[in-house]
Design a protein. Structure first.
Length: 710
């Protein structure tokens, strides 16, 4: 007996076999319950015993997708497909590609799945969604319809079809889709929200608000709905009411970026630049990785007279710190370095902007493109614009460009790769920290030389932007201390003005008929600080019987009018001497200058395009010169047309110059009758000279780059 026991102890334990089918069903149960870690353990156990178990490979890939690891999901799907061609595996491969925004590969994978199984609804729906995200709305429409033929009550597909119709500008058909969903599910958030958007696009603004409010009945305190109501109210010119809704959205979700930015902008329309800046500071404190929110903050800081050049420079450099932290681990340098150009070889020049349209950027770049040397430069435009933003200016810029590429909806990495593959020699950003900028593309250094010009009044703070094109009046000696870019000075000004195509004639001096001097302002309200209002009040008081005509789109709101009238009243100017006019179409806006004798430029952020238009309409402008570009644009412009007498050195000087000019009717008559000829004969309207100087500046920095390149 003892011998037998000893023998048994020496026998090894046998490994018990397991049933793969049962184990797989256990893994599937974990997976369906959301226990991804346990499910992964089971699938991996199966694969150790049976490496070619395709269902385990496929579902491990699905878990990788659900965890956001699309590269791993792609590898696992490919491994499963190498063993077995299956429409489900192809669909998961497509989703792995889609997660990486490899849309063309995703579309191919989904279509292969449908060749095997034409009624595979998951592949149909995913293909339609991918086409939608790839902006191929016409083809997406067809696949959403096929999905709904198989599954008519699939609300998600019908909502997406409605959104597709919105993109195709068929808003009535979009509304039909959303209403179809709402009949059976009146509280469907997507449908209710989307029908509101469609109504907005049709201009049925009260109905849109009703839809958003109806959605709030089902989904109280949803910040996107509150934000959307604010947006409609802004379109209606009800800025005061909009603030209330944006504030509710921010209260509901303090880090909601869009609502915070909208709230900050609407504060600006009330002239409340401090509140605007504070709102963006709060947002940036919560969203430390949002470089777009920080760009909005930097943009608004240029209106704050309490911030000096060093304050603004240090704040700008913080953008780069924030971006590089949020982009950690990403490839920031995608440039395929282009070599030195041979004599006579063209330079590839890229311009990047969201504003190739009826906008200061569009208007100021147009004369350059009309005159640039085709033999020396090839022009590439990278437009952060959809076709719905196009206008006559856009179409002309497109015709003048050698290449036009819409960056709308394309991620930063892919835009950078496109610029690199185009072999751009000098990439020029025209937006800076203004709205809809693509500075994260510039941050990836897709071109060997990068520059900033025109669209922003300060340094970008990005060390990868090499140059800023400017002039020595806008940026006098010492300015370079507060720029991350090297300053390149254009001899006769940093811009060229193209007068509006349809422009009224200049009328006689209005003071001759009215018997009073009318001062005017056409600038954005956020530029009109309390200091500016105080100075303007002193001017109106100093010139007996004078008045101020003030044009702004915000004056559709009576609350805003009352706010500013109260400020003027506190400085001793009654409401009877202030006329407020709401926003006007371009031709009417220009014609309104025929009611103004003298225009008043704001500070510390001067006007620029506005000042050009005022001068073109024969109206002289009093400007205050400061210590940085934003408050020296007026000085640069007035110097170019030989009207330095109207550049003030201090607030007291500004008041005196306005008073003295108002008292000199003969000088005002002379200025009005000769202003257009003065501008046309000046450097600011000499497009050929400006273009040659711009070209020489580009050639100079390119030559320097090639001479100093290691």
């Amino acid at each position: 007996m003892s011998r037998k026991l000893k023998k048994n102890r020496s026998k090894p334990f046998k490994k018990q076999p397991f049933n793969i089918s049962e184990l797989f069903h256990d893994g599937l149960a974990h997976h369906q319950a959301g226990n991804f870690e346990d499910a992964s353990t089971v699938y991996n156990t199966i694969l150790q015993a049976k490496p070619n178990h395709t269902d385990s490979l496929n579902l491990l890939g699905l878990i990788a997708q659900q965890n956001g690891d699309f590269h791993k999901a792609e590898r696992l799907a490919q491994k499963a497909l190498a063993i077995k061609t299956d429409p489900a595996f192809l669909t998961n491969l497509g989703s792995a590609y889609k997660g990486q925004k490899k849309y063309s590969q995703a579309i191919t994978a989904y279509k292969k799945a449908l060749q095997i199984k034409p009624d595979f609804i998951e592949a149909l729906f995913n293909l339609a969604n991918t086409l939608f995200e790839n902006h191929d709305y016409v083809e997406a429409e067809g696949y959403f319809k096929k999905t709904l033929q198989l599954k008519p009550n699939m609300h998600e597909a019908r909502n997406r079809l409605g959104r597709t119709y919105n993109q195709l500008a068929d808003h009535e058909e979009a509304i039909n889709c959303f209403n179809h969903v709402l009949k059976s599910e009146p509280g469907n958030l997507q449908a209710r929200n989307n029908v509101g958007y469609s109504l907005q696009e049709l201009g049925r603004l009260d109905e849109a608000i009703d839809q958003y409010k109806k959605a709030l009945e089902y989904h109280p305190e949803r910040p996107e709905l509150q934000n959307n109501i604010g947006n409609v109210l802004v379109r209606q010119g009800k800025f005061h009411e909009a603030i209330n809704w944006y504030q509710q959205a921010v209260t509901s979700q303090p880090d909601y970026e869009e609502a915070n930015v909208n709230l900050a902008w609407t504060y600006g329309q009330h002239g409340l630049y401090k509140e605007s800046i504070r709102c963006l500071q709060n947002l940036c404190a919560r969203k430390t990785d949002s470089h777009y929110a920080y760009s909005d903050l930097l943009f608004n800081c240029n209106y704050d007279p309490s911030l000096n050049n060093n304050d603004l420079f240090e704040a700008a450099k913080e953008w780069w710190v924030r971006f590089t932290k949020s982009a950690e681990g990403k490839n920031l340098k995608t440039n395929l370095q282009t070599g030195p150009k041979k004599a006579g070889e063209v330079l590839n020049i890229g311009f990047m902007s969201p504003d190739f349209r009826q906008h200061p950027v569009g208007l100021f770049i147009l004369p350059l493109l009309q005159n640039i040397s085709e033999s020396g430069f090839k022009i590439f435009c990278y437009a952060e614009m959809g076709s719905s933003n196009h206008d006559a200016i856009t179409l002309e810029i497109m015709q003048l460009s050698d290449s036009w590429y819409s960056t709308r909806g394309v991620d930063d990495e892919k835009v950078a790769e496109k610029i690199s593959s185009d072999k751009i020699d000098i990439l020029i950003d025209l937006a800076g920290h203004s709205a809809n900028n693509r500075l994260p593309v510039m941050a990836r250094k897709p071109a060997p030389l990068q520059a900033s010009w025109l669209g922003y009044v300060n340094t970008t703070g990005l060390p990868v932007i090499d140059y800023r094109l400017t002039d020595q009046i806008a940026n006098p000696g010492g300015s370079e201390l507060y720029y991350s870019e090297s300053l390149v000075y254009l001899p006769h000004g940093f811009f060229c003005y193209l007068p509006p195509a349809e422009c009224p004639d200049v009328a006689p001096l209005p003071a001759l008929a009215s018997g009073q001097i009318t001062f005017g302002s056409f600038n954005n309200i956020i530029k009109i600080t309390e200091e500016v209002l105080e100075v303007w009040a002193k001017i109106v008081i100093a010139v007996p019987n004078s008045k101020l005509l003030w044009v702004s789109k915000a004056f559709t709101d009576r609350h805003i009018q009352a706010h500013f009238l109260n400020i003027f009243n506190s400085h001793g100017v009654p409401a009877s001497r202030i006329e407020m006019v709401s926003n006007l179409p371009m031709k009417e806006y220009l014609a309104t200058h025929n009611r103004v004798d003298i225009a008043l430029d704001p500070f510390p952020h001067n006007g620029h395009t506005i000042t050009c238009h005022s001068l073109w309409m024969g109206v002289p402008v009093i400007t205050l010169k400061g210590d940085r570009y934003a408050t020296r644009m007026g000085a640069s412009l007035m110097t170019r047309i030989d009207l330095e007498n109207y550049i003030a050195e201090s607030k007291d000087d500004y008041i005196e110059k306005a008073r003295a000019l108002a008292a000199n009717i003969e000088e005002l008559k002379k200025l009005r009758s000769t202003m257009r000829n003065r501008m046309l004969s000046s450097p600011i309207c000499d497009a050929k000279q400006f273009t040659r100087e711009f070209e020489l500046a580009l050639l100079k920095i390119w030559k320097h780059h090639n001479e100093t390149k290691p």
